[in-house]
Design a protein around this ligand. Sequence first.
Ligand code: NAD
Length: 370
Amino acid sequence: MAGTRSLLLLPGDGIGPEVMRQVRRYIDWMARKRGIEFTVEEGLVGGAAIDAQGVPLTDATLEKAKAADAVLFGAVGGPKWDGLGFDMRPEAGLLRLRKELDLFANLRPAKVFDALVDASSLKPDIVRGLDVMIVRELTGGIYFGEPRGIEDLGNGQRRGVNTQVYTTAEIHRVARIAFELARKRGNKVCSVEKGNVMESGLLWRQEVTALHRAEYGDVELSHMLADACSMQLVRNPGQFDVIVTDNLFGDMLSDEAAMLTGSIGMLPSASLGAPDADGKRRALYEPVHGSAPDIAGRDMANPIAMLLSLGMALRWSFDLHTEADMLEQAVQNVLRTGMRTSDIMQPGMARCSTSVMADTILRELDKLAA
Ligand code: NAD
């Protein structure tokens, strides 16, 4: 596989380019110290693309994204582009990528690093050791279902409509990812819906159960209603390994789980498509955070979410599990020394910049690789 690994970097706006710069440094480190090379291309997306190319994502960049083994996305958006119409906003670039690459499964790990156990708003006892993976269906459900729209009823009243709709195939493909993931982790899947009040939720439960019975009987499967799950996530999050859920509930539950960890600057994510004939999936990796215009250009952003997003790419797109483990270990070790960017700063710790955090992680990797 050496020499054939291709990455498209789309840094975007705000802190996107600053954190992506650290990814470049890590990629160079991999080539120098591990002999693992990537073919790297870079493109514009979001506000940066609007300014230079007139649209948030050009067809040419989209084609590069389709051709790459993995896309690494920074963040898009900022006040400069807030007044633009919906289709011309920076976020439209990301939505188009997700749609055109058919990225139907969004993986959002919520992991609490030991050194940051006090950063959570929950008691340390509740979040210590937390390691939950939320698999959210990303291209179906109520955000895309028809009919939709706002209708004028002509009597001074209006009516807003969205439709929650799922098919067997849509449920199976995302559930399959959850089961496969669970096999590599704690071997437990909790499927979440509102089957008590929604037919689409009932279908979800039945189809996940059928797939489990047919192909994944070795994985422990449980079911939970979405409202109960949101309570359990703050009450006893340690009970979960992999949660699989639809687009709407996944949107909310993944943000809730993210907050258990205490910092948005630490959280990576992956969005995966269907495997092609060679078993290779289209994939886009990005930090959960946005473009953080309030700190952009000040070398203050935490680069860890972006670096861990690359870590997910190493695992999911390139099968480089040893290197992914090393990167996570390096992050753990550096946090243990007390080094903190301002978003995760705590009393008695040492505040550092984006670049110094990345320098320190690279030095730690040197030690681990020695
Ligand atoms: P945000 O995530 O950009 O920032 C929220 C807060 O977290 C800010 O105070 C910011 O300084 C801080 N923060 C975020 N990432 C950080 C990091 N790596 N290190 C340190 N601090 C960090 O969310 P927002 O303020 O709601 O949105 C800002 C812009 O980003 C908006 O234009 C929004 O549309 C866009 N956005 C983009 C994406 C994306 O590209 N996927 C996601 C969310 C928001």
